[in-house]
Design a protein around this ligand. Sequence first.
Ligand code: HEM
Ligand SMILES: *[C@@H]1O[C@H](CO)[C@@H](O)[C@H](O)[C@H]1NC(C)=O
Ligand SMILES: *[C@@H]1O[C@H](CO)[C@@H](O)[C@H](O)[C@H]1NC(C)=O
Length: 424
Amino acid sequence: MTFEPVTTNLAVLNLSFLLHPLDTLPITAPLSYAIYQGCFSPLSNTPGPFLASLTRWWLAKLSVAGNYNTFMASLHNKEVSIADLTDIKQIYGFGSRFQESDWYGVWRGHRKFNVFGGQDMQVHALQRKLVARAYALESLEDLEPYVDRSIEVFMRKMHEQLDQEINMAEWAQLSLLTMEPSLLSQLTWLGQVPWLFWLYGLLIPYIGNYLGVNMRHGPLRDYALKAAAERQKWLAEKRDMIGRFFETSATKPEEFDYNAIVSMGTTNITAGSDTTAVSTRAIIYHLLKNRTVKQKLLEEIDELRRKGELGDPVRFDKANKMTYLQAIMQEGLCMHPAVGMNLPRVVPLGGTEINGHYFPEGSVLGVIAWVVHQNKDVYGEDADQFRPERWLKKDAHDMRKSNCKYRFFSFGGGSRSCIGKNIS
Ligand code: HEM
Ligand SMILES: *[C@@H]1O[C@H](CO)[C@@H](O)[C@H](O)[C@H]1NC(C)=O
Ligand SMILES: *[C@@H]1O[C@H](CO)[C@@H](O)[C@H](O)[C@H]1NC(C)=O
């Protein structure tokens, strides 16, 4: 986790000039191509590093390095163009025709049912509808006992270590599933050069599999398969997510088969565990760094305890009413978006104009939450400071501009926004 302060300025990043046949010929890059990209291409006057306009390896390298988020933020700081919520809505809003780019194909692999990586909009809409109920706010009540059980284990472990120095970052991660570390990083950089992923897939029978990425077809899938099979034995007894998926499968076996259940299980792990862990870590980190905030939270807890309004563990509906706690969590999510990459989308037929720049159809655009959230020029001097008060109704500074809730992008947007955000 990096916690460097970032200042930003341009929110929509043009990634389209990275899609080029040159990727396959990195050694023989013709000069004429460079000149074209620099001077004549429709995107030549879009700001950005020149090297990036020549090859996608530039992005892949940045993804491997792991500082994509902060680097992009520093880059935006130097640019002139300013983008805001209108641009986000234009690309990500409901009804937008911007489809997910090939970066997502690598996440999907060969799975037919994949809510996260499904690029085809119609197929995605159908699949998302099939699973939506399991993630809905109404379903949370059923899930609460399972979360409570984890909280009890977690609190017991904390009590055992009272007065000791403990690594909270590690504990936030441990309470969730820990993934093979190479999995996510490989998914992110391979997504920048998808052809390599597909080529590698063809070669696996001959050269063997050395990619952690394929964990989600191997060990991770096995894990989900085993969990699903185990779970199927006592379906009637438990109302949890997988139970709901089996219910859907029973009523719509054609559209939602056993593979789909397993796919939802692995997606749940890849999309839901590290993101939640990173966010929890960020919230705890910021909370511990600011004594004022911590003190105010303790007061809120004490007051509710005195009134006898907090159980142990605290129930979801009660926690929801703890306004300061909620503000802290929102601000933490805003300060440190778990997804540090942009969410790439393809410009639809006919091209589009965003913020004064024209992008031809097929170009790839993306918005990064890190850049949108901490843009001082647009959102004021304190945009990059942890200040939960800005989420409170009564905040004196509650101008639309300075409040992250009006540009909150940690969970993405529109029809592809995070389906697991309530659960998180
Ligand atoms: C704080 C925790 C989380 C954060 C910050 C987060 C963030 C995101 C973001 C930014 C997206 C949009 C990606 C895109 O546009 O490509 C997304 C999608 C998704 N998330 Fe989460 N997520 C979190 C927790 C979870 C959990 C717990 C689950 C599952 C139980 C989950 C499942 C999904 C799925 C299935 C999608 C794909 C939705 C679609 O394309 O229709 N996420 N998440
Ligand atoms: C998602 O993952 C968690 C953690 O392994 C598991 O308890 C839950 O049942 C999973 N949900 C689905 C639908 O697989
Ligand atoms: C601590 O938080 C308070 C309340 O949000 C804020 O006014 C103050 O500036 C913060 N202090 C630091 C050092 O960030």
